[in-house]
Design a protein around this ligand. Structure first.
Ligand SMILES: [Zn+2]
Length: 609
């Protein structure tokens, strides 16, 4: 008893000490003082652009183009310790937040008070991880730089300089540069307004305030630090104007506000009233906790779009190449490799899309395995894609594969694994339908495979309850040859439809393969080669069972980029187990390319640590 008592005192003390660190929600004023000291005309330039933009959007004839703008983003992860080297999944979680917040589809948007309900606006801005770098080479849109700098000063901005231990920006006219690292002084993030010198232009976010998983830390674990900072990058000021009631943010549909809010205030109390009106502290440009900010207004959106159109047009122009997974080259050519969508970190399935067709609060979402959730999880690896039910709205939700090119006289195969959530009464099925389309849209369907092709069926009610204790976790495989629709560029759409209040549907390990090359007599028969466990962390067992002696057996381990990273060979081999040590390789998807004299095959394997 005594021991426990001492332990709890220690814990209390630790929490108390931790709470003493003063966090700075946004470091812009500190940063702009430093910029002014280095660039004497900085403030003048920034204010001139701001004033011009505010005047322009106030004109009755001003109207932004009615199009969705895409912004190519490069994430520079600058880390000293491996814990600061954020995973691709954490980075993707931040991209998802941005693409919800700037499209007004953030699920918490329904918490905006009625008073401000008609002011909420869709910015029609989307962000992509760049697929093409400034030199025209393909990229994941993420750079990773190890540094010996423990913490980066906000005023010196060394995180933006390779020679100073950070990472120099990609062309700031064409890319939104976002640096992730440890920022000195408890600053969550900062960003530069239009008019900033190019060497310093972009957004910096502390590594514990980025995305929604991994190192993201409550109450700044909903990705809103980055939403807020990109608001600054696109010209917005703090909603209270960084002054009292006499200072405005330049935006006429945000109320005047005495000062910033923190935490998560209750709307409507006298304490959220200032300058003669209720305050809009749930705006992304206030200082409230991540879970308590939900909206931009019409005029904030107008300003951001004006900034993109007039001060940062190179971003939108570059998007046609750098936001296109093929780098502007058109759809993927499968003769150069299959499309794999295991939804894992590091996989290259860029260009896929999600469509929330009935615009409700639910859509297909990449799901990262939670060991506490035994109702659903991935087939292999750490991730799958899940549609979770809405209590009130029927499911009408799509996701589409990347575009790929089909050529005459070649055969293509689609394979994927599906399951439903564990449902002991088998009473809450979601329905699944597959389509082939010429655009990632239900309006461009070429054919629904079940009605067009022999051996291909509408999947309908899915009664395939996930069970982590069964082989393949009770996921079921579905494989079809793709029909020929006489077009060259196609997408596969997965449509989940059902009544409201059903359960969850899971899809994983989608592969679209050009089988022309492998459907010949030289393929190793499936029963002659098994590999397990998959995913593997240390040793991968390859179980061969040939019907004749193989003189030369060679196994290549190939990464997603197609590079052979390990080769082993054996001679005069018939059957038995061989081990491949994969412990040195980072988690991700690989291929085992097996050549057994004149026979060959390729298998996907997942390394998971
Ligand atoms: Zn700010």
């Amino acid at each position: 008893m005594k021991k426990i008592f001492i332990l709890s005192i220690t814990c209390l003390f630790a929490a108390y000490t931790f709470a003493q660190e003063e966090l700075i929600r946004c470091g812009n004023s500190i940063h702009q003082e430093a910029l002014q000291a280095t660039y004497p005309d900085f403030t003048e330039n920034v204010n001139a652009k701001f004033d011009e933009a505010i005047t322009a959007i106030a004109q009755p004839e001003y109207k932004s183009n009615n199009v969705v703008y895409n912004v190519p983003v490069v994430i520079h992860v600058v880390y000293k310790n491996s814990s600061e080297n954020l995973t691709d999944a954490q980075i993707q979680s931040q991209m998802d937040i941005l693409n919800a917040d700037y499209r007004n589809i953030n699920p918490d948007g329904n918490q905006v008070p009625n008073l401000f309900g008609n002011l909420v606006s869709d910015a029609e801005i989307e962000f992509c991880l760049a697929t093409v770098d400034p030199n025209g080479n393909s990229t994941s849109g993420i750079t990773r730089t190890q540094t010996n700098v423990s913490s980066f000063s906000i005023s010196q901005d060394n995180i933006k300089s390779t020679t100073a231990g950070g990472k120099s920006p990609w062309d700031t006219d064409r890319y939104l540069n976002i640096w992730i690292g440890e920022i000195t002084g408890g600053v969550l993030g900062y960003a530069t307004p239009p008019g900033t010198p190019t060497a310093r232009d972009g957004v910096v976010i502390g590594y514990t305030y980025f995305g929604t998983n991994g190192t993201a830390t409550f109450p700044y674990n909903k990705g809103r630090t980055c939403t807020h900072e990109i608001g600054h990058y696109l010209g917005l000021r703090h909603i209270w104007g960084d002054g009292n009631c006499g200072v405005d943010d330049g935006i006429s549909d945000t109320p005047l506000q005495e000062s910033q809010y923190g935490g998560c205030p209750a709307f409507g109390s006298p304490s959220t009233f200032s300058c003669g009106s209720q305050d809009m502290f749930m705006n992304f440009m206030d200082y409230t906790d991540d879970r308590c900010m939900f909206m931009f207004t019409h005029e904030q959106v107008g300003l951001m779009r004006y900034v993109l159109e007039n001060y940062r047009p190179g971003l939108v122009q570059n998007a046609s190449v750098a936001c296109d997974p093929t780098g502007g080259a058109g759809c993927r050519d499968l003769t150069e490799g299959l499309i794999t969508m295991g939804f894992e970190d590091g996989e290259n399935f860029g260009g896929w899309s999600v469509l929330n067709n009935n615009d409700d609060s639910r859509e297909w979402t990449v799901y990262e395995q939670d060991p506490n959730n035994t109702d659903y999880g991935p087939h292999t690896g750490a991730n799958c894609i899940v549609y979770t039910w809405s209590v009130s709205a029927a499911a009408d939700d799509w996701f589409f594969t990347p575009c790929f090119e089909v050529q005459d006289n070649r055969e293509y195969e689609l394979s994927f694994w599906y399951a439903s959530a564990e449902d002991e009464f088998m009473a809450y099925p979601e329905n699944l339908r597959l389509v082939v389309s010429s655009e990632p849209s239900p309006n461009a369907i070429l054919g629904e495979c079940y009605s067009e092709v022999t051996g291909c069926e509408e999947l309908g009610n899915i009664m395939q309850p996930y069970d982590p204790n069964l082989p393949d976790k009770n996921y079921k495989n579905f494989t079809i040859a793709l029909p020929d629709y006489d077009v060259t560029d196609i997408y596969i759409g997965f449509h989940c439809y059902s009544d409201a209040d059903q359960y969850a549907m899971l899809i994983d390990d989608i592969e679209i393969i050009d089988i022309t090359a492998v459907s010949n007599e030289n393929a190793i028969a499936p029963e002659a080669f098994q590999t397990y466990p998959n995913p593997a962390s240390e040793q991968l067992t390859m179980d061969f069972n040939f019907d004749k002696t193989i003189e030369n057996l060679q196994v290549n381990l190939v990464d997603l980029a197609g590079k052979i990273i390990h080769t082993e060979t054996w001679e005069n081999y018939i059957a038995g187990n061989l081990q491949l040590d994969v412990s040195a390789y980072p988690s991700g998807v690989y291929f085992l390319n097996v050549q057994a004299d004149e026979q060959m095959t390729t298998r996907k394997v997942v390394v998971s640590k």
